[in-house]
Design a protein around this ligand. Structure first.
Ligand code: SAH
Ligand code: SF4
Length: 339
């Protein structure tokens, strides 16, 4: 078997790793001082070499917690009666988006459940209104994260001025995907990602680590999938147990396994944007800071109005230190600059 150093050397030079070697890397034990783990050290260097020391800030606006889907892991699932549902009006969304750009953020992420209240026409009007004030896609990127839409909807939204879209594949194991997301179809998820590529969105995908029945082999296949579709952004996060869901008895994903997936993804996709996510912080008190030392280069301050934010419960929010101020303080401590 190749040593970790052999695998890392090949990966660093060619940005290629075989499935077996990904499995081997995911299985190597982490040392007591985890940040000395060669995979993490190399991923950090690769990040610095290819995307630099700046941390891209993406302001997250959670505009609706209604969802017609029923994913077994998620607190926004339609059958969860234990959350107070809200949706922001189109005017509120426009105002909030404009104020966020005026406040200096260059990217906003509008995220929500799959909520039919916002049909394509309504969404296009929201985007067009924002674009009349902030037309530049380079200085003012608009990202959507609202799940599966029709081909026509993706086309129209792109034309209206959306330039990025986040849609995690969650798991590339078709059977597991369809079991965890009843009513959703794996082929349709792939169709969505292909449409997004066709219409020249910057596409973000990603996965959840620690799902029931998920194997190391299946996680290795997820990583190869990110590479295969040449994802511009990759959001990797631990599954976090939500007591209001059918997976309430399944333990959350392992933090260091998430870090390994992140680091390997950085070696394979050296130029990708990889966020340090809030869910990582839920699993480790310095989760995001560690992620930024294992290959991540993006942070997502949550700028949602607090009256809504507390009800956007994909999973229980215990250590919510994702305000802009918290993130700024963290980056200053690390000597990294947010932009
Ligand atoms: N409805 C959209 C966007 C909102 S959900 C969509 O599904 O794409 C955004 C992400 O939250 C999902 O991609 C999923 O990976 C993550 N998520 C949901 N429930 C979670 C949980 N219990 N633990 C960790 N992440 C979760
Ligand atoms: Fe809805 Fe997204 Fe949650 Fe699935 S993961 S229930 S699509 S909000």
């Amino acid at each position: 078997m190749d040593t970790i150093y052999d695998i890392i050397k090949i990966a660093t030079n060619n940005h290629k790793i075989s499935k077996q070697n990904i499995i081997n890397m995911l299985s190597f034990p982490i040392p007591t001082d985890p940040l000395t783990f060669p995979l993490f050290v190399t991923a950090d260097k690769t990040r610095e070499k290819h995307v630099g020391n700046k941390v891209h800030l993406r302001a997250l606006i959670e505009f609706t917690n209604h969802c017609k889907q029923n994913c077994l892991y998620c607190g926004l699932r339609r059958d969860n009666k234990n959350i107070i549902r809200y949706r922001m009006t189109p005017e509120e969304i426009i105002d909030h988006a404009l104020n966020t750009f005026k406040g200096g953020f260059e990217t906003i992420v509008l995220q929500g459940g799959e909520d039919p209240f916002y049909n394509t026409e309504t969404l296009c009007k929201i985007i067009q209104s924002i674009r009349t004030i902030f037309p530049s896609e380079i200085n003012h990127a608009i990202t959507l994260s609202i799940g599966e839409l029709s081909t026509v909807a993706y086309k129209k939204l792109r034309e209206a001025g959306v330039n990025r879209f986040l849609l995690r594949i969650e798991t590339t194991n078709r059977l597991l995907y369809e079991k965890l997301s009843p009513c959703m179809d794996f082929d349709n998820r792939i169709r969505c990602l292909k449409d997004l590529k066709t219409y020249k969105y910057e596409v973000g995908t990603g996965n959840l680590i620690g799902l029931p029945e998920q194997t190391i082999e299946s996680i290795a296949e997820d990583i190869l999938f990110f590479n295969e579709i040449n994802s511009d952004m990759v959001g990797i996060g631990p599954f976090i147990t939500n007591p209001d869901t059918p997976l309430k008895d399944h333990p959350s994903g392992d933090f260091w396994l998430v870090m390994k997936v992140l680091a390997i993804t950085r070696l394979l996709l050296p130029n990708a944007n990889i966020p340090a996510t809030t869910s990582m912080e839920t699993k480790h008190k310095n989760g995001r800071m560690i992620a930024l030392q294992c290959g991540a280069n993006v942070a997502m301050p949550n700028v949602t109005n607090p009256i809504y934010k507390e009800n956007y419960k994909l999973y229980p929010k215990e250590h919510e230190a994702n305000s802009f101020e918290c993130i700024k303080t963290m980056l200053e401590k690390m000597g990294r600059v947010g932009m």
